[in-house]
Every structure is written in structure tokens, then in C-alpha cells.
Design a binder for this molecule. Structure first.
Ligand SMILES: CC(C)(COP(=O)(O)OP(=O)(O)OC[C@H]1O[C@@H](n2cnc3c(N)ncnc32)[C@H](O)[C@@H]1OP(=O)(O)O)[C@@H](O)C(=O)NCCC(=O)NCCS
Length: 226
């Protein structure tokens, strides 16, 4: 099957094929854009939410995140960014409120210090996670508490110097799956939603500083990539 997962570092993109996931990354701290410029793109609710965020970095990140999301959704759907109708599931996953298409546009968003990540897909639900690599206190306790037996084995068999990267690899994979399903991390999936074999996850190091994972429905990715 001719299926590709593409990563576009630039602002223009080709059409989203039925069997593709587009992944976009933005670095809002890079200083090359002003998040305030996105304010006019936000809905009234989002502007109110922005006003309640007191930490300047978090507010900048929220405005940039919503502004870029709306800009990209606007490009994919042909709708003015400010008019994009966003709604939220019971677990908080945003989605397009009104899309009559037989292949509705699915998307997901993630943010971490220094980076925003967006995934778009028409084939089925999609989840994305990006994390900044930082030292983690009591990492073994978190692994014991949060990871399943297979993940624990994968973590503990690593040499010490590989453990941190492995932790983030496993974590982003797990979180992107939870976000594709819509329950988030540790949430209870509806019957069938979490079925083994339904989903496929891929992950990538983004240099030394970040790690990214994306989950889509099986059939999205070439079978020879694991
Ligand atoms: C959803 C969750 C995985 C987010 O993790 P995080 O590391 O804090 O944040 P990330 O940067 O990865 O992702 C945040 C984005 O995910 C999206 N999101 C929120 N809830 C989501 C869900 N249930 N599924 C998928 N995506 C979700 C949102 O777009 C959010 O960005 P926003 O706040 O700017 O809208 C985590 O909060 C979680 O597991 N929550 C449990 C779900 C739940 O029941 N929440 C209670 C709210 S009703």
C-alpha cells in the first residue's frame, strides 16, 4: 500500500491524502512570530480562556497552539480560521463540530516546553504526543506505576544511559495511543476502541531535545516500519 507519514517543516502543504497523516511542528519560543498575532483567530471562548492563563509562557503557548490549529484546519477545510467550529468530547478531545464529509478530518494537538505538534488525518482518529526530554525524578516508580508489563520489560532491560530516552519513547507512544482513542493516559476505553491490532504507533526522536509519537488506525503506515 502506498502510504506515507510525512513531516512538513514549512508552512505550505500538499492535499491530505486519504491514507496519510500530516504532522506539523511549531517552535513558539523561537521568537520568529508573535503569538498575539493569533488572538484575532481565536473564538470568544478561547480568548476568554487565554485571559485566565496567568503564566505568560503558558498563555503564549495556548494562543499560538489554537491559532496555528485554526489556521491549519482552515487550510484543510477551506473555512476561515476564526469560524472553525471546535467541540470537545467528554474526555476533552477537540474535534470538528460540523463536518458532513464521509471522510471527516480528524486531528490532535500536543504541546511541551518549546514545541507544539499537530496531526491531521482523514482515515480515522489520530493521536499525537511530543515531550521535551528532561531528567525525570523517581523514573522507576513512574514506570512501575504507569506502564504495562511489556513496557516495563522494555524499560528495565536498557542500560542506564538509554533509560531516559526509552522512557520518553514509551511514554509518548502510550500517550499518543490514549489520545487517538480519546481517553488520554490511563483512561478507560469503550469496548472495541482499544482493541489490539486496531491501532499503529510510530515514534521519532526530534534531535536530542524532544521525542514525538503518532498513533493512527492500522492500514495507515507501511507494514515494514515498526
Ligand atoms: C489528555 C491528556 C493526555 C493530555 O496530556 P498533556 O500531556 O497534559 O497534554 P498534551 O500536550 O499531550 O495534549 C494537550 C492537548 O490534547 C488535546 N486533548 C485534551 N484531551 C484529550 C483527550 N481526551 N484525547 C485526546 N486529546 C485530548 C487538547 O487539544 C489539548 O490541548 P489544549 O488544552 O490546548 O486544547 C491528559 O490530560 C489525560 O490523560 N487526561 C485524561 C482524560 C480526561 O479524562 N481528562 C479529564 C478532562 S474531562
Amino acid at each position: 500500500m502506498d502510504v506515507r507519514l510525512r513531516y512538513y517543516p514549512r508552512a505550505h502543504h500538499p492535499p491530505l491524502g486519504d491514507h496519510e497523516i500530516h504532522v506539523w511542528l511549531a517552535t513558539p519560543d523561537a521568537g520568529d512570530f508573535d503569538p498575539a498575532a493569533f488572538l484575532p483567530l481565536l473564538s470568544a471562548d478561547e480568548r476568554r480562556r487565554a485571559e485566565t492563563i496567568t503564566a505568560p509562557e503558558s498563555r503564549r503557548q495556548f494562543c499560538a497552539g489554537r491559532g496555528i490549529l485554526r489556521t491549519l484546519l482552515g487550510q484543510y477545510t477551506g473555512t476561515p480560521a476564526v469560524e472553525i467550529p471546535l467541540a470537545y468530547s467528554a474526555h476533552g478531545k477537540p474535534h470538528l463540530a460540523a463536518e458532513g464529509s464521509s471522510a471527516p478530518l480528524e486531528f490532535n494537538v500536543a504541546h511541551t516546553h518549546g514545541m507544539l505538534a499537530f496531526a491531521f488525518c482523514r482515515y480515522g482518529p489520530v493521536g499525537i504526543d511530543v515531550e521535551q526530554i528532561r531528567s525525570v525524578e523517581a523514573i522507576a516508580v513512574i514506570v512501575e506505576h504507569m506502564f504495562d508489563e511489556k513496557e516495563k520489560a522494555a524499560f528495565f532491560r536498557q542500560p542506564e544511559k538509554e533509560k531516559l530516552r526509552t522512557f520518553y519513547r514509551l511514554w509518548t507512544r502510550k500517550e499518543s495511543l490514549g489520545k487517538a482513542i480519546g481517553t488520554g493516559i490511563g483512561g478507560q476505553a469503550a469496548p472495541g476502541q482499544a482493541a489490539a491490532g486496531r491501532w499503529m504507533t510510530m515514534d521519532w526522536p526530534l534531535g536530542a531535545s524532544h521525542h514525538l509519537a503518532v498513533t493512527g488506525v492500522q492500514g495507515m503506515f507501511p507494514p515494514n516500519i515498526s
